[in-house]
Structures are given as structure tokens and as C-alpha cells.
Design a protein around this ligand. Sequence first.
Ligand code: 13P
Length: 258
Amino acid sequence: MMAKRRPLIAGNWKMFKTGPEAAELAGQLKVLVSDIADVDVLVAPAFTAISVVAETLKGSAIEVGGQDLFWETEGAYTGQVSAPMLKAAGCSHVIVGHSERRQYFGETNGTVNRKINIALKGDLIPILCVGESDAEREAQETFLVVKEHLDKGLEGIDGDGLAKLIIAYEPVWAIGTGKTATAEQAQEVHRFIRDWMEKAGGNSIAKALRILYGGSVKPGNIAGLMAMEDIDGALVGGASLDAESFAGIVRGSLGVAQ
Ligand code: 13P
């Protein structure tokens, strides 16, 4: 059964593309997906490229997101970027708790929680990333880890907040490795996340929640993932850096063979 929620395909450009390079990619993408009306499309450039990408995408339906934010609105926090700064630069969304931030930059479930709160307060839609490492999957701790990411990352977030949220399931072992989770492996965790949300926010919020899969998504595997009931889109890294392949994933999310 196809998911009934509107698909969202988001590109996480990570630490790639200078401003001019990002503008060029955004310009190509704008043309390539202009005829696709049934999928929401979002790109998350580096902070330095957000304004120019937002400017380039004016007049298109493609939205722009940040890759991270700080948990205060302003202050003496050298190197940090706040929700109002992202918003003013043209962002509607922000990725929070990506595994690379957890792995390299000391992100914890506690800091994730503070960031989700400030994002919501700043009228940004958080895309909360959850997912287990290779060792955790081997130790059969996948559900335990995902539950902890959700319990702690979303602690105290009320129904209004939960209703705005997007969740991305990104198994760490599938990120940038070419090793995609099978559609069935992803589906079982997506179902677990939706069940968690039903307990936390109730049936209608859980039903409407968009849960994205991330980890080596390509034009050739998106249709199989999207065919799963609880997979509502993708958070794409490597394949989002090329306009043709990202557009192929956007088209493929509608079940069109690529
Ligand atoms: P890849 O698509 O390169 O595996 O990256 C996934 C990811 O981390 C998106 O946030």
C-alpha cells in the first residue's frame, strides 16, 4: 500500500558547495523539478550558501533548510547560528540531531531537545534525525536506541510541536556507505517511530507524521522504499549534490521507475 502522506524529498548538502557552487546546483534543480507538483522538495545547504540558494529558488516550490542551529536566540556564542538567523536567511526547516553532529560535535539527546524547542519557537520545522550505529544494530539495540533518541530528544514537546515535526530515520551504517537498509528493515523502524508518536501525540498526529528514510538513497532505490506504508520520503546526502540524480529521486518517489 502506498503511503497517503505527501512525500518530502530533502537534500542534505553537508559540508559541500561554496555559495556560487550551491547557487548553480539550486538553479539546475529548480528547472529539473519544476514540473513535479506532488512532492515537497527541500535542500539544506551550508550556512554560507543559504541566502544565495533561497534567492535562486525564489519563484519555485523548493524549500530551504538549515543543517543545524543553536539553542539560544542570540548572544555571545562564537560560531553559532540561531533560529531567527536561519529564518531571515530564507529557511523554513532545520535538521536537528544528525548522526554526524552526534558523532563529531558532541550532540546529545539533551542538546537535541533544546534545539527542537528553539526551532519550534522560531517557527522553523525541525527534521529530527534518529538511528542506530552498526554496532548497535549488531547488538540488536536498534529499537532501544531509536526510542531513546525520541524519548529524550522530544521530551516535553507538546502536541502542537509534535504535529509540526518531521522525523528522519537514518541508520548510521547506511550513511555514505552505499549500504542502504532494505525497504523492509527501514519500514519496521518507521512503523516503530509512528507507534511511538501515537503514544506521545495521539492517533491523528501519528498518522500525519512524515517519516523520511536516509542512508544511501539513490534514484534506483527510492521507489522500493516509498512503496512501504510508513516511508514518506527521504533525506538524501551524496546523491543530492548532483541535480540530475536528486531530481531522479524526486521523480522516483512517486513510483516512476528511474
Ligand atoms: P547519504 O545519502 O550520502 O548516505 O547520506 C545520508 C544522510 O546522512 C542525509 O542526512
